[in-house]
Design a protein around this ligand. Structure first.
Ligand SMILES: [Zn+2]
Ligand SMILES: [Zn+2]
Length: 272
């Protein structure tokens, strides 16, 4: 049922995106005039749309993965706060004997507790998105080639799927700046300041509530994505309490309910 609801929302969103893309080009033409320059204008408009679409898609994938729950409760409630500790834990039976889905989700969610750097290599980070792109890109190309998908929509999506590939890199660059690690790279800081790539301020709210600001390429699509997340929560598709927040609450409850160790002082007080 959840999958069906998500599929309907996804298809509706895709249809709206196609409509916006198909009208944006001609609108730009009308505003800037039907001259040779129109081609350049259209290209720029489509490139901006591709960056927006790519950012939105990163938000969708991030949100869907964040709201999946690790089924093994012991694994779900386990957490590590440093990347070396995550790497060590991932060698233990609790992790290695878990299902592939649980392992993938626990590793993905571990970023919320062990924030920086990534516990995955640059290649693994790249592959997290490439595994989707390598399936979707040829499908879009075939849709375009055989005339099933409108031209402008195809162009924007084919570019979006490529420009979105370094998303995890822009995400971790935002975390790197928060730790003062980009001081020697003013060019990257400038890209962040001009919001061409994700600025740390556009991402920090996600690490507080885990239910907003999911977009991690440049953050342009966060306002729309936040509304989508609110709507999906209201419709009961997404849980009110994000899994990371739930795990933290349950851990706190378990700690407060756990019997306190008996100290010699406590024995003396009880004897009086
Ligand atoms: Zn997240
Ligand atoms: Zn993050």
């Amino acid at each position: 049922m959840l999958e069906l609801k998500l599929l309907c929302v996804g298809l509706a969103g895709f249809a709206v995106a196609c409509l916006v893309i198909e009208t944006a080009g001609p609108c730009a033409g009308k505003v800037f005039g039907e001259s040779d320059a129109n081609l350049y204008t259209r290209t720029i408009v489509e490139l901006l749309l591709a960056l927006y679409v790519a950012d939105f898609v990163t938000g969708c994938i991030h949100m869907l993965l964040d709201f999946q729950t690790v089924e093994d409760d012991e694994l779900r409630l386990h957490f590590e706060t440093t990347v070396p500790a995550v790497e060590e834990f991932e060698k233990t039976p609790l992790f290695t004997k878990a299902t592939e889905r649980d392992r993938y989700l626990w590793n993905f969610h571990s970023h919320h507790e062990a924030v920086f750097p990534s516990s995955d290599s640059q290649l693994e980070l790249f592959m997290q998105l490439f595994q989707y792109v390598r399936v979707v890109w040829p499908l879009f190309f075939m849709g375009y080639y055989y005339g099933y998908i409108p031209e402008a929509t195809s162009r924007v999506w084919l570019v979006a799927l490529i420009v979105g590939l370094p998303t995890q890199q822009t995400h971790f660059l935002a975390h790197a700046r928060k730790r003062g690690l980009l001081k020697d790279y003013p060019f990257i800081e400038a890209l962040q300041d001009y919001r061409i790539i994700l600025h740390p301020d556009a991402h920090s709210a996600h690490h507080t509530t885990f239910n907003c600001n999911f977009c991690i390429l440049n953050g342009w699509a966060n306002p729309l994505m936040n509304q989508v997340a609110r709507l999906l929560t209201h419709a009961g598709v997404l849980a009110e309490e994000p899994p990371t927040a739930r795990n933290r609450r349950e851990r706190e409850e378990m700690t407060s309910k756990a019997p306190r160790p008996v100290t010699p002082d406590a024995v003396l007080v009880a004897a009086k």
